[in-house]
Design a protein around this ligand. Structure first.
Ligand SMILES: O=C(O)c1ccccc1N[C@@H]1O[C@H](COP(=O)(O)O)[C@@H](O)[C@H]1O
Length: 233
């Protein structure tokens, strides 16, 4: 192999798209996600959601999570006391904000956070508008893109990813996390087209809201690995 060919092989070699499985409510689902290789799991603290947990339920799930798997606590326009109580009782590695929270609010808890954006919502219905919204949240560890649908997320619906065209992708910027209606059948195409840092799924690996399906979790993980170019036996 020539030097040039070897260099291009190294540059174009397999990458690894991180995977977050969100909306876990049962220990067996958490175990299935961890065993399938999830990098992160999400616990929902938004009372209208059928995936919403009590502090005791969340603490019990959190206790099953092994080292090197990150735990995210998801909120929609919470008050600060609610976030503090979750941090105290559950000890999440990351907070995930899905509402209209301000940059200062998101950054005010001493825990790293993801800011979710509903792509297509007013002000975020053009590539420029969405990029502007992101840049206001430059203290986030990641920008998570979800669809604009009734409620605040977890709906299983997708969005026009052309809206992501102007989101900054430079090193040192918050990670681009693709979400919204992903499933095993579609995630590979999205990874090929957009090369997100991570993908986040909830409805697409469920048999009913809040009830994960272990085979759908495994199929999703296999689809991500195949898109990345990893081939496991
Ligand atoms: O899961 C929920 O119930 C939820 C409620 C409110 C805001 C966000 C929620 N979930 C997140 O939405 C995205 C997309 O989920 P889906 O795969 O389309 O179902 C994902 O980040 C969930 O964590």
């Amino acid at each position: 192999m020539s030097t040039q060919a070897a260099a291009s092989h190294v540059t174009a070699g397999p990458r690894r798209t991180r995977v977050k499985i969100c909306g876990l409510t049962r220990p067996q689902d958490l175990d299935a996600a961890v065993q399938a290789g999830a990098d992160a799991i999400g616990l929902v603290f938004y009372p209208p959601s059928r995936r919403c947990l009590t502090l005791d339920q969340a603490a019990a799930l959190r206790a099953r999570v092994p080292a090197f798997v990150a735990v995210t606590a998801l909120f929609v326009n919470p008050d600060a006391e609610t976030v503090d109580r979750v941090i105290e009782a559950v000890g999440p590695d990351l907070l995930q904000f899905h509402g209209e929270e301000s940059p200062d609010f998101c950054a005010g808890f001493g825990v790293r956070h993801l800011k979710a954006f509903r792509a297509g919502s007013p002000g975020m219905d053009t590539a420029d508008g969405l990029a502007r919204a992101c840049l206001a949240h430059d203290q986030a560890a990641g920008w998570l893109f979800d669809s604009y649908s009734a409620g605040y997320g977890g709906s299983g619906s997708s969005f026009d990813t052309a809206l992501l065209a102007k989101v900054p992708r430079d090193a040192g910027m918050p990670a681009l996390i693709l979400s919204g209606g992903l499933k095993a059948e579609t995630v590979g195409g999205q990874i090929a087209a957009l090369a997100p840092f991570a993908v986040d799924v909830s409805s697409g690996v469920e048999s009913a809201p809040g009830i994960k399906d272990p085979e759908r979790i495994r199929a999703f993980m296999r689809a991500v690995q195949a898109a990345d170019g990893w081939h496991y036996a």
